[in-house]
Design a binder for this molecule. Structure first.
Ligand code: ZN
Length: 230
């Protein structure tokens, strides 16, 4: 059961094709496993099409259209649950993990095939996409029961849990959860003891580790982030 979802603004931007590629990839991957957001997205797409038909006058301000859009959205009835949703069979890797459809362009058969970079004995990272002038998409993989290093964000961070679960000061996050953090957050995630945790992350800027030892990792992460000039 997913408890954390993209905001309605994020889904709206996704429906309008206005999200950057990295963020769009993360939302697509969440949508694959979240019937709730799939229904919300269909509502948004239907509304978008309706408003597009009604408002072709160039005098309509963007603010007005946006207000109208959200007003309509709040009046909408729920979309019937039997609406067709693409549910092709998921693909499992050698450890039995599901490889989301939207990530198969990067992971053909197995998470193990990726070029994982070990940042500590229990924490590794593999970059999937460095968008030109944009965000970085990566997978992080942490052993059962291990702490991720305490870190702060210099930009926004989206985390989508693909396998396992982790907790931090604000809650516990499980498979399918979509978590947004910004520069105000400083946290120390701990993976649950029962399984390793694989997350998809989108970073607008490199995260900064704050512990005395893990500060050594910062130059490494900056080197792998597209926004960084050394
Ligand atoms: Zn959702």
């Amino acid at each position: 059961m997913t408890h954390y979802h993209p905001s309605i603004e994020t889904l709206t931007d996704y429906a309008a094709g206005a999200l950057p590629l990295a963020h769009s990839l993360c939302v697509s991957t969440h949508l694959e496993q979240c019937p709730e957001c799939q229904k919300q997205l269909m509502k948004l797409e239907a509304l978008g099409a309706e408003l597009f038909e009604q408002n072709t006058m160039p005098t309509q301000s963007v603010r007005y259209l946006k207000d109208q859009f959200f007003a309509k959205l709040s009046q909408q009835e729920a979309v019937p649950s039997d609406t067709a949703i693409n549910t092709a069979l998921p693909q499992r890797d050698s450890k039995g993990y599901l490889i989301p459809k939207s990530l198969r362009q990067f992971i053909h058969h197995d998470y193990d095939e990726l070029p994982w970079m070990h940042l500590s004995p229990s924490f590794k990272i593999a970059t999937l996409l460095n968008e030109e002038g944009g965000a970085q998409v990566a997978l992080t993989r942490v052993k059962p029961g291990a702490h991720m290093p305490t870190h702060t964000h210099t930009g926004d961070e989206i985390t989508l849990v693909l396998e396992g679960a982790f907790s931090d000061e604000t809650g516990i996050y499980r498979k399918g959860d979509f978590i947004c953090r910004d520069a105000r957050h400083k946290h120390k995630p701990i993976v649950t003891k029962d399984a390793e945790c694989i997350c998809l992350t989108v970073l607008d800027a490199p995260i900064e580790f704050t512990g005395w030892f893990t500060r050594l990792l910062n130059p490494i992460l900056r080197r792998y982030h597209p926004h960084t000039s050394l």
